[in-house]
Design a binder for this molecule. Structure first.
Ligand SMILES: [Zn+2]
Length: 492
């Protein structure tokens, strides 16, 4: 009996000796923890564990065991335990050629200037930016010109939705009195070409669907948004309004959760998430702990939606582009309000979930109006000429031959136009002019070609002959890839 006990002891202590605890952290190639659970298993056994919320794991294994690290969207790795007690793993993204459709969700998180974004703790936005791309950006049109645009919420959203500044879309204030629907939203453009593609709006502000997108209005062709989750702010029974605006913080969470679930389950082709809490904390407290906490709070909600798109991609083979931006910055002195043209109020940023190779994007300050053509490009939505000729932005994903077109007119007849280019190509550009602005009333403008020039020349001069009462003319530069345009003041 003693002998048996002795043998048992030896056997069990041998067993203990040969086992060791192995721990580590799972990151991507940039060193960012891969936050949703990674599966760690011992090859050839049922033994497994998951990483925790810090992307860390711990497992007991034998020296001869092989650990398998698996995470959806990443290449699995096998590592023999040997003498190691710490095994940190860098997982490489799986480069799958997905053949599924291209889909877009854009998220507007309200009122975070560039400097606030940099200062705030935003692990999810950082991870999205590393995986994809990030850039500083601006809102507010061209300062001091015909396109100068108030740095106000609904005004900014509508610049994104229509790809134009306020002189065209005509939403000057949050009351959204008289939007000019002759400049169609990206939702309308999608539905015009692909009536069966699905749209969705998840929003802490009802007007975004009913007034800006203009659901069910004659002027928008009675556009229908296929799925919506909004208007909770009007339900005071479920969301009693409090001075600290906590009810809107709760609504943002509901909105993001619903967006994530709906995107994962239904995968609408084009959708818009709007989150408000950061703007409320800005107005109430300005540069403050509350505001920075709010940015981190929204960041986590954005992470939720981003994860949903990745899981959806795994499940379906679809290609998802997530675009996150903000609608304006904040007042320089205290970070409270906004609406004017200071650098801080105009300063914004854009994060995209896919890498961007475009040199215009890399070397220039892009703007909120560039998002519209980026979406149409990514999704392959055709842009009718009368819409393209009015777009104030250029695509961040396609070739940009020229940008920043400006023109002046001397003595009512000498036209001087200039533009910038990042391209090395000798792309030919045609120059068109219109002396009417019928588009504003829903009509068609008559553009006349006044020249053709290599974009590398970066300038174009011509003598023009505007009609007597013409105050502004519209100039378009067109290459085979895209168009850019500007207004020219004829009468000083
Ligand atoms: Zn705002």
């Amino acid at each position: 009996m003693k002998k048996i006990i002795f043998l048992l002891l030896v056997f069990s202590s041998m067993h203990v000796i040969s086992q060791q605890n192995v721990k580590g952290i799972i990151t991507d190639k940039h060193g960012t923890p891969i936050l949703i659970e990674t599966n760690i298993s011992i090859k050839g056994t049922d033994k497994k564990t998951l990483t925790d919320y810090k992307a860390e794991y711990s497992i007991t294994a034998n020296k001869s065991d092989v650990l398998v690290f698996a995470h959806p969207g990443y290449q699995s790795q096998e590592i023999k335990v040997g003498d190691k007690n710490v095994i940190n793993v860098v997982l490489e993204r799986e480069t799958i050629q997905r053949n599924g459709p291209h889909k877009v969700v854009f998220i507007i998180v309200d009122g975070i200037s560039t400097d606030m974004y940099y200062k705030a703790n935003t692990p999810y936005l950082d991870a999205i930016s590393k995986d994809g791309a990030f850039t500083e950006a601006y809102v507010g049109g061209k300062r001091g010109t015909y396109s100068e645009t108030p740095t106000i919420s609904a005004v900014g959203y509508n610049s994104l939705l229509t790809g134009t500044w306020v002189n065209k879309h005509n939403v000057y204030w949050n009351s959204i009195l008289n939007p000019n629907y002759n400049y169609p939203t990206v939702f309308r453009l999608l539905k015009d070409s692909f009536p069966n593609k699905k749209t969705a709006i998840y929003s802490t502000w009802l007007d975004n669907r009913t007034k800006l997108v203009g659901e069910g209005l004659e002027a928008t062709g009675n556009i229908k948004v296929d799925y919506h989750f909004d208007g909770l702010e009007l339900n005071e029974e479920l969301y009693p309004h409090d001075d600290q605006k906590k009810y809107l913080k709760r609504i943002d969470a509901e909105v993001a959760r619903t967006a994530a679930t709906h995107i994962y389950e239904e995968g609408p082709d084009l959708s818009w998430v709007y989150l408000e809490h950061t703007d409320d904390m800005g107005h109430l407290y300005g540069d403050s702990k509350q505001l920075y906490e709010a940015i981190s709070y929204e960041d986590a909600l954005i992470g939720l939606i981003w994860d949903a798109t990745k899981l959806r991609e795994e499940k379906t083979g679809e290609n998802w582009l997530v675009i996150i931006t903000t609608d304006h910055g904040r007042r320089p002195i205290d970070g409270k309000h906004h609406g004017y043209q200071s650098y801080r109020e105009r300063s914004t940023w854009i994060a995209l979930s896919k890498p961007i190779e475009n040199t215009y994007f890399k070397n220039n300050k892009v703007s909120i109006v560039d998002i519209f053509p980026t979406i149409t490009d990514y999704m392959g939505i055709p842009i009718p000429q009368h819409v393209a000729y009015e777009l104030d932005g250029v695509s961040l994903t396609n070739t940009v031959d020229a940008f920043n077109l400006e023109a002046t007119c001397y003595n009512g007849k000498y036209l001087n136009a200039k533009w910038l280019t990042e391209s090395k190509n000798n792309e030919q550009a045609k120059i068109f002019i219109s002396y009417s602005n019928n588009k504003k009333e829903g009509g068609i403008d008559n553009y006349k070609q006044i020249g053709e020039i290599d974009v590398q020349k970066r300038a174009f001069n011509a003598q023009i002959n505007p009609p007597k009462k013409c105050k502004y003319a519209k100039l378009v530069l067109e290459t085979k890839n895209h168009t850019i345009n500007t207004w020219i003041k004829i009468k000083p």
